[in-house]
Structures are given as C-alpha cells and as structure tokens.
Design a protein around this ligand. Structure first.
Ligand code: DGY
Length: 318
C-alpha cells in the first residue's frame, strides 16, 4: 500500500520540513511561490498543510482531489477557508491555536508603544539623515501609563496582551461575546457592548477573528465613539476595519495614531495608509518568530499525523 502523501503549500522552517519529509512523501515549495488554484488542487495527496495566504474557498475545496482528507492550516485564523464547504465535503480542517499567543500579543504591545511614542516617525527621521538633534518638544507622543486599553476580543491573545499591558500601567477594559470568569478577568472591566467599550478606549486593540459579524466592525460611526485622540491597534485581521474610515480619522486627528499588522487584501494594503506619518505599519509579523513558526508547523504536522494515522486531530476546527 502506498503511504499517504502531503502537500506543503509554502516554505516552512527547516525543522518542520525535515520532520514532514521524514514522515510522509512530501511535496515542498522550495521557491515559496504562492500556488495557483490549479497547483493547489493538482496533487492527489491525502493531506495539505496550507497557510493563511492560500484561499480555500468553496471552488478550491470542491476541486481538491478526492484523496485529500485533511487540510491543516499553518495559522490560528481560518477565515481563508470556507468551513461550510469543507464540512459538506467531509474535509477535516485543523488550525494552530495557543502556540502563537505570546508572539502575537508581543506585536500588539510593540505596536501600542510604537504608535503612542511615534517610533515610526523617529526611525524615518534618523534614517533620512534629517535628525538635527534633541529638542525639548521633538516628536512628543502619548504617555501610556494611566491610559485605558480597550480590548475587543478577550480570547487567548487578548488576555496575553492584557497581561503585558498591565505591566505598562494601562487599565484594561474589554468586550467579548461572554464575560470571562473573575480569575481570568484579573480586574479587567467588562463591557457588554462594543459601543460601551469604544467610549472608554484611549487605545483600542482588535483581537477578534474575521467573521461576517466582525467585517468592517470599526466603521466611521463606531470610530466616532472613541475618545478624540485615541490610538487603534490591529493584529487580528484587516477585514475588521473600514479602511477609508480609519484613514479619514487618522487624517482628521480623531485617531491620533494607529499600529497595524494586518490589512484587508494584504499585501496590497490601502495606499492611503502609506502616506500617513501617524500610522505604524508592519507586514503581518504577529507570529513571526523562529520558535513560534516552528511550533505552528509542528502543531500542523501533529494534526496531519493524527488524521492519517486514524486518530482525532488535537486542533480540529471542522
Ligand atoms: C494566524 O495564525 O492566523 C496568523 O495571522 C498567521 O500568522
């Protein structure tokens, strides 16, 4: 009997690829080129290890060879996969929760500090050789300690961000589908509605998944509820914000600054962001540490191994 085969859609950390090829006949992508739909669906493999940048919509899922039993995504987010279509086809989908919590919370904290303290502007000034020296009023930013951080989505990453932010003297407010138990809240103030959270958010961090319910959640009307001079942080998904509304608010000063790691349609982000001095822009680095990306790959392989060996995968989504 031929052993099950695996397709890995993008180049993964060495240790992950080494484990994959040592376990299953594996087709790698050494050029790390995004695969076309034809390439994603061409291989009669039993397992696919895909990434958040591969779109597994209903069309792609229907075109997958009948041999494919499991799609393990190298991400915690699953908004790039049509889960309904996967379920209908009997395709098992798994993701990589937990292992990227700390790295993503670190990037959210980094963006809070960078946006509040104007680190992007300062870096550009120095690099452009235009820094003429220290002055008492140069690049004065927002003092973080004592301000209120509103966290929209108090799951694993939201809670890890709250833990970090407390150490910087921020008061934590949050909105979640349901209130956390007291021991997990750790003094954070629960808001039953997003509107009530926005009203107290000097800094707003988006930490919820992209779903139809959160699409363009932060629109012009909701931005108007934020205190004037608020700071927006997004390490979740670009789809949560209305880009035109965010850019208008950054331009008018209603938003003092933004720190964004994710964008609608990335890498082709709205060009309006690139000319805004008060926007700190990162290329989706949330989970980008060697340890985290290796752990994500190992988790994806654990899930694939489980399915191919006839066991329940630990991180089954559908
Ligand atoms: C995820 O896991 O969903 C991230 O966005 C990819 O790093």
């Amino acid at each position: 009997m031929t052993p099950p085969r695996l397709l890995i859609t993008r180049t993964l950390p060495d240790a992950v690829e080494q484990r994959a090829v040592a376990t299953w006949p594996t087709r790698l992508n050494p050029d790390d080129r995004p695969l076309t739909v034809a390439e994603l669906t061409a291989h009669p493999v039993e397992a696919i290890l895909g990434c958040a940048v591969d779109r597994f919509d209903a069309n792609v899922i229907q075109r997958l060879p009948p041999s494919v039993r499991v799609l393990a995504t190298f991400s915690v987010g699953v908004d790039h996969i049509d889960l309904g279509a996967a379920k209908a086809r009997g395709l098992i989908v798994t993701n990589t929760p937990d292992v990227l919590t700390d790295a993503t919370a670190d990037i959210a904290m980094l963006l809070i500090l960078a946006a509040c303290r104007r680190a992007g502007e300062g870096e550009r000034l120095v690099r452009a050789n235009q820094w003429t020296g220290w002055t008492p009023t140069q690049l004065m930013g927002i003092h973080v300690a004592g301000r209120r951080l509103g966290i929209y989505g108090m799951g694993r990453i939201g809670q890890a961000l709250a833990h970090r932010a407390r150490a910087f003297g921020l008061a934590i407010h949050y909105h979640n589908r349901s209130r956390l138990p007291l021991d997990q809240e750790q003094g954070a103030i629960y808001h039953p509605t997003v509107e009530s959270l926005l009203a107290v958010s000097d800094i707003l961090s988006l930490n919820a998944p992209a779903t139809p319910a959160t699409d363009r959640l932060l629109n012009a009307e909701r931005i108007a509820l934020l205190p004037r001079g608020a700071v927006l942080i997004n390490t979740a998904r670009g789809a949560l914000v209305d880009d035109e509304a965010v850019i208008a608010a950054l331009t008018s000063g209603h938003l003092a600054a933004a720190g964004l790691d994710v964008f609608r349609g990335e890498p082709a982000l709205h060009p309006g962001y690139c000319t805004l001095e008060n926007a700190v822009l990162l290329p989706h680095l949330g989970s980008a540490t060697v340890d985290t990306r290796t752990a994500m790959g190992m988790k994806a392989l654990d899930n694939i191994d489980a399915v191919l060996l006839g066991r329940d995968p630990p991180d089954r989504v559908v």
